[in-house]
Write a protein that binds this ligand. Structure first.
Ligand SMILES: Nc1ncnc2c1ncn2[C@@H]1O[C@H](COP(=O)(O)OP(=O)(O)OP(=O)(O)O)[C@@H](O)[C@H]1O
Ligand SMILES: [Mg+2]
Length: 265
């Protein structure tokens, strides 16, 4: 069984891409076969695993556009067990290429399903598929939510965090109704947490108790090491294997592997 998780926040710069790359790398370290899918035309995930988004190579846009099969666009990374379906800036235009008669947001889901069926028997499918999304609820994010089984929500501990969270929950509700009835909330991972200020964490815990959403025990604290990894194009588990940030993403991977049955809203 493949566990597929869309990382969504609606808000920019909260650590979605950083979480997808480093959670993926930590899962791969635990011998899980992991595919990272870059659904963001900014292509930060793609560059974050060391690929140039401007290279001429098929990616998510080619798959959604029907030009190649997903298997032709899935690329190995430099790290064992870690694959990527890369993005390029032309992903922002792909929606306009699709015929208006088709259910556009289901095209990515169907392409990945076809790929998983094709692989079956030849080589095992992925254990985890992680989708990175842009900071909006447009076509790319909805395509990821239609293709995923679960939603992981990074919430930056700041004053606007709660508003962003409500928007994600509203979008998940809409996607359930229209495209993906089984979509579940995997949980919230608090990012940019200043452990000296417990107030925001308590606020979040209170809200999530109300909505019955799991908040992961792992918290991601601010560290320059994670900024360096995005620029270096290397996951933290390889870039600074014994850092606190690497330990945090390994801990999150452990929480996710240990409890693959998500708490529903
Ligand atoms: N825990 C952290 N400590 C310090 N810097 C971080 C941390 N997490 C992420 N960053 C940095 O903050 C910036 C934003 O992070 P990231 O790109 O992961 O956010 P995002 O939610 O994917 O943003 P966008 O919405 O633009 O896609 C990046 O430069 C990243 O390196
Ligand atoms: Mg991002």
């Amino acid at each position: 069984m493949t566990v597929s998780i869309a990382c969504v926040s609606g808000k920019g710069g909260v650590g979605k891409t950083t979480t997808v790359i480093n959670l993926g790398a930590a899962l791969a370290e635990r011998d899980k076969r992991v595919l990272l899918v870059d659904c963001d035309p900014q292509s930060n995930l793609t560059s974050g695993v060391g690929l140039d988004p401007y290279d001429e190579r098929p990616g998510v846009a080619s798959v959604i556009g029907g030009h190649v099969d997903a298997s032709a666009a899935i690329t190995e990374t430099n790290w064992p067990n870690l694959w990527v379906l890369p993005a390029s800036p032309d992903l922002s235009a792909v929606e306009g290429e699709l015929a208006s008669s088709i259910d556009r947001e289901l095209v990515l889901r169907d392409a990945l399903r076809r790929d998983a069926l094709r692989r079956d028997g030849a080589r095992a499918s992925f254990d985890y598929v992680l989708f990175d999304t842009p900071p909006s609820f447009g076509f790319q994010t909805i395509s990821a939510l239609a293709a995923a089984g679960e939603v992981l929500i990074p919430v930056q501990m700041s004053g606007f965090a709660i508003r962003g969270l409500k928007e994600v929950l509203r979008t998940v509700h809409l996607v359930r109704g229209r495209l993906n009835p089984d979509l579940a909330i995997l949980g919230i991972v608090p990012t940019f947490v200043n452990l000296r200020t417990r107030f925001s964490r308590q606020l979040l815990d209170g809200l999530c108790e109300l909505a019955n959403i799991r908040v992961f025990a792992t918290v991601i604290t601010p560290t320059v090491k994670l900024q360096e990894t995005s620029l270096a194009g290397i996951p933290i588990t390889a870039y600074a294997s014994s850092s606190k940030a690497a330990a945090a993403y390994r801990e999150l991977a452990g929480e996710i592997i240990g409890d693959e049955v998500p708490a529903d809203v």
